[in-house]
Write a protein that binds this ligand. Structure first.
Ligand code: NAD
Ligand code: DAU
Length: 337
């Protein structure tokens, strides 16, 4: 089997490449990545000499490069995207280009090259925002209601994937997953930012009242879910992938991280809220559990401890990342604290 992984140098994409070679060592992987600020070939250092792996440095919006990358491909796993909500609020334009136009260019090439499967990685954010006092959850039948430029661009890409299935018969599957955490996450997202700030004895910025709720999914559990969808998922179907069964707010997570690192709760610093901040995400992942037999391997606390351990042991990885462009972004987003 030959896979085209887009965005394979990013957080989830690189974890997926490692996961895939561990579990399907005979398969071939082509990784197409533009290496934006979030793409990092250090994530793939240990497999770069693997003869079954090749890397193409390119943009999914470039139809010539995409056409070349698509030669002989059986399965596309499409991760490449601009992925950070706060950056989409600062400048939505790259989000529309990569997430919407880039996806359409990939879909065209996948159709032309008659791939056997196009799997699109989407997000639970396309479903909008739930109320804190609510007990309902998003599921595969929930109407789309994206509220940030990021989630609007992901919704646009999801609609295009569905359109290529209905209109042209492209064999697609889609997964809408919740907030991932784990190794190699760019330290702009809540958990990776909190751990790395605390390891540098810096404060952790908490947006608004800190009572916002997300569902949390360990990245390796996510990769296993994608594998199952590729093996057993039904063409044209969407699968929601989440990790929790009960709500957990941002403050509770940050207090867990603080405890694991032996720091003080005075490290928390309440800062101005994110504009249009979605209050609560909760995901019903019973479809993938009942139909494909997937569930997370461990609970949140165990995965969180393992994740904190990874950042403690891989200081050089995140220290290299937290310079240059990162500092400029950090100061723009949080000021010079
Ligand atoms: P990331 O930001 O860590 O990595 C994105 C990767 O895509 C980078 O390697 C980057 O260089 C590459 N890329 C960006 N624009 C590109 C372009 N035009 N052409 C080629 N490559 C390009 O993202 P992530 O957190 O790993 O997310 C991967 C996917 O999963 C995204 O589609 C995201 O929307 C989705 N998702 C992420 C999460 C999460 O919690 N991280 C949750 C749900 C869904
Ligand atoms: O739900 C899936 C989505 O999860 C993915 O589609 C996105 O790619 C991914 O970035 C993530 O989006 P969120 O906006 O939920 O993640 P983020 O880590 O940015 O924020 C998580 C929560 O923490 C949210 O309520 C905002 C809050 N937060 C975040 C940061 C970066 C803070 O309080 N302080 C911060 O500094």
């Amino acid at each position: 089997m030959k896979l085209l992984v887009t965005g394979g140098a990013g957080f989830i994409g690189s974890n997926f490449v490692h996961y895939w070679f561990k579990n399907h060592p005979k398969d071939l992987i082509v990784n197409l990545d533009k290496l934006t600020y979030a793409g990092n070939l250090e994530n793939l250092k240990s497999i770069e000499e693997n003869p079954n792996y090749s890397f193409i440095h390119g943009d999914i919006c470039d139809s010539q490069i995409v056409d070349r990358a698509m030669q002989g491909i059986d399965i596309v796993v499409h991760f490449a995207a601009e992925s950070h909500v706060d950056r989409s609020i600062i400048d939505p334009s790259e989000f529309v280009k990569t997430n919407v136009l880039g996806t359409q260019i990939l879909l065209d090439a996948a159709l032309k090259h008659k791939v056997k499967r196009f799997h699109h990685i989407s997000t639970d954010e396309v479903y909008g925002s739930l109320k804190l006092e609510d007990t309902s959850k998003f599921n595969e039948r929930t109407n789309y209601d994206p509220r940030s430029p990021y989630s609007a661009s992901k919704a646009g890409s999801d609609y295009l994937v569905k359109a290529y299935y209905y209109t042209y018969g492209l064999p697609v599957t889609i997964s809408n997953c919740s907030n991932n955490f784990g190794p190699y996450q760019f330290p702009e997202k809540l958990i990776s930012l909190a751990i790395t700030n605390l390891l540098e004895n810096k404060k952790v910025p908490v947006y608004g009242d800190g009572l916002y709720v997300r569902d949390w999914l360990y990245v390796e559990d996510h990769c296993r879910a994608i594998d199952l969808i590729l093996q057993k998922g039904k063409i044209g179907q969407t699968y929601c992938i989440g990790g929790l069964t009960e709500d957990l707010n941002n403050i509770s997570i940050l207090k867990k991280i603080i405890k694991l690192l032996g720091k003080s709760e005075e490290s928390l610093e309440y800062v101005k809220d994110r504009p249009g901040h979605d209050r609560r995400y909760a995901l019903d992942w019973s479809k993938i559990k009942n139909e494909l037999g997937w569930q997370p391997l461990h609970n949140f606390d165990e995965w969180l401890e393992k994740t904190v351990g990874w950042y403690k042991e891989n200081r050089q990885w995140w220290k290299n990342v937290r310079n240059g462009e990162y500092q400029t972004y950090y100061e723009k987003q949080y000021g010079t604290r």
